[in-house]
Design a protein around this ligand. Structure first.
Ligand code: ARG
Ligand code: ZN
Length: 470
């Protein structure tokens, strides 16, 4: 489907026109189409080639009564090649119009690809601004492992969650973790509702139209799977950690009492994490507790993890907090590197236990090897099913080997190099890749260089080996 009012030219006419353009400009500025996917090993069509986004400004208007989202996305990006066209990922919804640098652009849609053809080619190196106006009832996606992601609606609200690819159900973008950007997310909702997103609340205004507008600002780079927008009748509490990080918690009223004891420990956890891993990477922290039954899992959405009901257990809050260093600040280069998120976040739970009178990390490791669920309740979850750096398919990227065996890899490194070098490695990893992207190969090279140890056996047996390590 081709939209927009520009005259449609037959192919020979286009070729003739291009030839003229080429003649006029010396033939060196010709753009070509940006790739429609980044060939991620598990999600080959996720993300797009030819540009990197610097900033997303999302203006969203959502009414829980009818479930209709009106959106305007202004995407500021830098062209990495001359672009005659480029793609954004978008699933469902109706695109009303697209402008590039203020000029109407042609666009068409195939599957989850929105192809934009600007009136003039975008030159390599240029920063350009794409505005997409869209609307409709966003539809959630069902992942390969059967879980739901994307725009999830509940009885009295909605939440956008995007790991690995669900963010394309609520805004157009370059939806792959390798392209991180700053965000400003503004959400307008009927009065009486709260709207929560990543980062800092810049302002909240009651409009004369009976709607409240919330403007959220995320200055640090964010992978699009970590973006969230939450609408509902939440109870908001704010505070600060001892060292001054602002905390914003939005809790579904019926979950408030049960959430209190675990969320009360969040400030202390931020300080503990800063001691263990280095400075907290973001300006704000917090949590969103969804009404029970909305979602089946917690997600480490940047600065404000979402919980599927009251977090019953402090380990879960610690896990999502640890992702702010591992996953959110240091993000995977591809979805194959997911163990760098989950192995580290699981290991952080073990360390928290170790530092707070619970089992040590070595005891967690031993319990997994022995299948002892009294010490580690994940001991029978199948950590040995596949090597963490090589999940068999997209349905496996959130399975136990990525979490538990990923953490066991880290404990194996600690066994080899000793505590001092191990904690130096963990802090160095967080510091040297802060607000960046890293792959498994980056990690194994870094670990050997930083510790001065040959760790090949650990990689061969624990990270890549198909057999169950002994
Ligand atoms: N990354 C989330 C966490 O560990 C879990 C996401 C689970 N997703 C899924 N499709 N199973 O906190
Ligand atoms: Zn996790």
């Amino acid at each position: 489907m081709e939209h927009r009012a520009l005259p449609r030219l037959a192919a020979p006419a286009v070729a003739a026109l291009l030839a003229v353009t080429t003649a006029c400009t010396g033939g060196t500025v010709q753009g070509r189409p940006g790739a429609s996917g980044l060939r991620d090993p598990y999600f080959p069509k996720a993300g797009n080639g030819g540009y990197q986004v610097e900033h997303y400004a999302l203006d969203l208007d959502y009414d829980p009564a009818d479930g209709v989202l009106h959106g305007r996305a202004v995407i500021t990006a830098r062209a990495e090649q001359g672009l005659s066209s480029f793609n954004l990922d978008l699933s469902g919804l109706h695109v009303e119009g697209v402008d590039v640098d203020g000029e109407g652009a042609r666009f068409n849609r195939t599957g989850n690809e929105l192809t934009v053809r600007p009136a003039d080619d975008v030159k390599k190196g240029r920063v350009f601004r794409t505005e997409v106006v869209y609307s409709g009832r966003p539809k959630a996606l069902t992942d390969a492992d059967g879980s739901r992601e994307g725009w999830i609606t509940g009885e009295a609200g909605a939440v956008g969650v995007g790991e690995p690819v669900g963010s394309m159900t609520w805004f157009p973008g370059n939806h792959h973790p390798s392209d991180k950007a700053a965000y400003d997310i503004t959400i307008r909702v009927p009065r009486g509702y709260e709207a929560v997103s990543n980062g800092e609340l810049r302002f909240r205004t009651e409009g004369a139209d009976g709607r409240t507008q919330f403007a959220w600002h995320s200055p640090e780079p964010m992978a699009s799977y970590l973006a969230t927008a939450v609408v509902g009748p939440y109870k908001v509490t704010t505070g600060r950690t001892p060292s001054g990080v602002a905390v914003y918690n939005a809790v579904s009223p019926e979950e408030a009492a049960a959430s209190e004891p675990t969320l009360a420990r969040l400030p202390e956890m931020v300080e503990w994490g800063s001691g263990r891993f280095g400075p907290y990477p973001f300006g704000t922290a917090g949590a969103v507790v969804l009404p029970a039954g909305t979602l089946a899992y917690a997600l480490e959405t940047q600065t404000k993890p979402v919980y599927p009901g009251a977090p019953g257990d402090e380990s879960l809050v610690l896990h999502e907090l640890a992702h702010q260093w591992f996953g959110n600040s240091v993000s995977p280069k591809s979805w194959k590197d997911m163990w760098l998120n989950e192995g580290f976040a699981t290991y952080a739970e073990w360390l928290w236990d170790e530092d707070h009178g619970g089992p040590t990390a070595q005891e967690h490791f031993d319990a997994l090897l022995a299948g002892d669920t009294d010490v580690d309740e994940a001991a029978d979850a199948g950590w040995d099913a596949f090597p963490p750096a090589d999940p068999p398919g997209p349905e496996d990227i959130s399975a136990s080997p990525v979490y538990q065996r990923g953490a066991m890899v880290l404990q194996r490194i600690r066994q080899e190099v000793g505590d001092e070098k191990f904690f130096g490695l963990v802090r160095g990893w967080a510091a040297d890749h802060r607000h960046g992207n890293a792959s498994t190969a980056d990690f194994t090279a870094y670990a050997e260089e930083r510790t001065g140890h040959d760790l090949k056996k650990v990689w061969d047996v624990w990270l890549y080996g198909k057999a169950r390590p002994k």
